[in-house]
Design a protein around this ligand. Sequence first.
Ligand SMILES: [Zn+2]
Length: 90
Amino acid sequence: MRNLLLFVLFLIGLFYARRALRGKSGNAGKAADKGPDAAGGGRQREAEHLEIEQMVACAHCGLHVPESESVRGAGEFFCSDEHRRLGVRR
Ligand SMILES: [Zn+2]
């Protein structure tokens, strides 16, 4: 009976330890926002890159796409090669 109680206490301890570890890893992710040199900053740098990237509107349908993903033609930006072929629609 005593062993069973210890086992249950062990399981409860394990549960809280896991939760605490998960909470810590979550806080570490938030701390990475403050320091750019923090470990695991690769994903954040990617997010910054996406934020900096300029969005351009497709001259055919008006859809906003990142400049690097847009298709250029006739001095305008298009969302796809098909819309570049269809041309500007006002
Ligand atoms: Zn388009």
